[in-house]
Design a protein around this ligand. Structure first.
Ligand code: MEV
Length: 393
């Protein structure tokens, strides 16, 4: 593969980013992106977000709430280097993710995958007297429903998106519910608006055909058709810690992972550690963190509430893996209007929603790995305390 000068510049890894001053870091990022410092300040200082735009974003606005914006330089995912933007207020999240990503990159980096961007809309019928009859009618008229729903967004259809399949879910006899699930390809968007629009457009046809009543039309945030995974492997002998052997360290990580599989209280906290990284990336990209967390926690209940990241040792190699649904987009929402989000997209250089999902999953795996590494060795407080001086600034 031939790389252009620009790509080479972007791909050259930044070393010791954390030990630089804020201005030095900004200069490096400006150089990499071919931007001036003022352009970065404008994007991240939200100077371009005029009061009018702000007032349209949410209701009753009186100002802007600021949070720190950081860059994690160590992520190597599927052999591509990423400068990962992170926004948040919790100290040590960025440092921890960077540290884990650095070790993982030295052993080949993250190997990540993501499903096509299929979201599900639920058209929910109620007081259904004969669910089997309604089910049959929907099954026999799938094409008509798909055609009608797809008429809502012709541009999405031109890009290859739209309803791809319909399934009908029934519930225990006597409850009277039926859910018509529209599986919709949302292309590179997060998809909530797309899915809700299509479902509302298709629902009168469903009501007409079945002669049943529609209770509501809404996406499910449980984007179970849109999973992302990321994994890494490191030879156990390469895991160096100061006070314990690499074998003992790997054993403790795997034990922590197993315990989380047995205990929902611990799994919840381990998953929170993963969302430290995933939400921080999501915030920087204007992605719906609540949707991300709702999907992740729901997925964690697949067989009793459990951990999203799992670790095991096989043939003297430590394997770490995360898997969860990730509904994140690079178009729509505030991605084209918010200067900070536009800047994050430029920095991250992802070309599709799928690629973005892989980055978010990798950030989750890095955060969890770092947290477990600290917990099973020096303890979280000690590792946090190293960073606490920052709060005094
Ligand atoms: C703190 O924000 C996150 C941790 O509690 C995660 C974990 O316990 O695995 C350290």
């Amino acid at each position: 593969m031939v790389h252009t000068d620009k790509e080479m510049k972007m791909n050259s890894r930044i070393k010791n980013f954390h030990s630089l001053t804020m201005n030095e870091r900004k200069k490096i990022i400006a150089q990499k992106l071919g931007m001036s410092l003022k352009e970065i300040d404008d994007a991240l200082g939200c100077k371009k977000l005029n009061t009018c735009a702000l007032d349209k974003m949410i209701e009753n606005v009186i100002g802007i709430w600021h949070l720190p914006y950081a860059v994690c330089p160590n992520f190597l995912i599927n052999n591509k280097d990423y400068l990962v933007p992170m926004v948040g207020y919790e100290p040590s999240v960025v440092a921890a993710a960077s540290k884990a990503a650095k070790i993982i990159r030295e052993h080949g980096g993250f190997k990540a995958k993501a499903d096509p961007p299929i979201m599900i809309a639920q058209v929910i019928l109620y007081d259904v007297a004969k669910p089997n009859k309604a089910k049959k009618i929907v099954s026999e008229n799938k094409n008509q429903i798909i055609k009608q729903g797809n008429r809502a967004l012709p541009n999405l259809i031109k890009r290859g998106g739209g309803i791809k399949n319909i399934t009908v879910v029934d519930y225990p006899a006597g409850t009277g519910y039926l859910a018509i699930e529209l599986e919709i390809d949302v292309c590179d968007a997060m998809g909530a608006n797309i899915v809700n629009t299509i479902a509302e457009y298709a629902s009168p046809t469903i009501a007409d055909l079945t002669k049943e009543k529609i209770l509501m039309c809404i996406l499910t945030n449980y984007a179970v058709k849109r999973k992302a995974t990321s994994e890494f492997s490191i030879p156990v002998c390469q895991l160096s810690t100061k006070k314990i052997s690499s074998e003992e360290f790997a054993k403790r990580i795997v034990s922590a992972s197993r315990f989380a599989g047995l205990d929902a209280k611990r799994a919840c906290t381990q998953n929170k550690g993963g969302f430290n990284g995933m939400d921080a990336v999501a915030m920087a990209l204007g992605i719906d963190c609540q949707a991300l967390e709702a999907a992740g926690h729901c997925y964690a209940t697949s067989s009793g509430y459990g951990p999203l990241c799992k670790f095991q040792v096989r043939d003297d190699i430590l394997f770490g893996k995360i898997e969860l649904p990730i509904a994140a987009g690079i178009v729509g929402g505030i991605s084209q209007t918010h200067p900070g989000v536009k800047f994050s997209l430029k920095l991250l250089r992802v070309e599709s929603a799928k690629e973005l999902a892989m980055v978010i999953a990798s950030a989750g795996l890095a955060s969890t790995t770092a947290a477990l590494g600290a917990l099973v060795t020096e303890g979280i407080q000690r590792s946090h305390m190293k960073l606490h001086f920052r709060k005094k600034l």
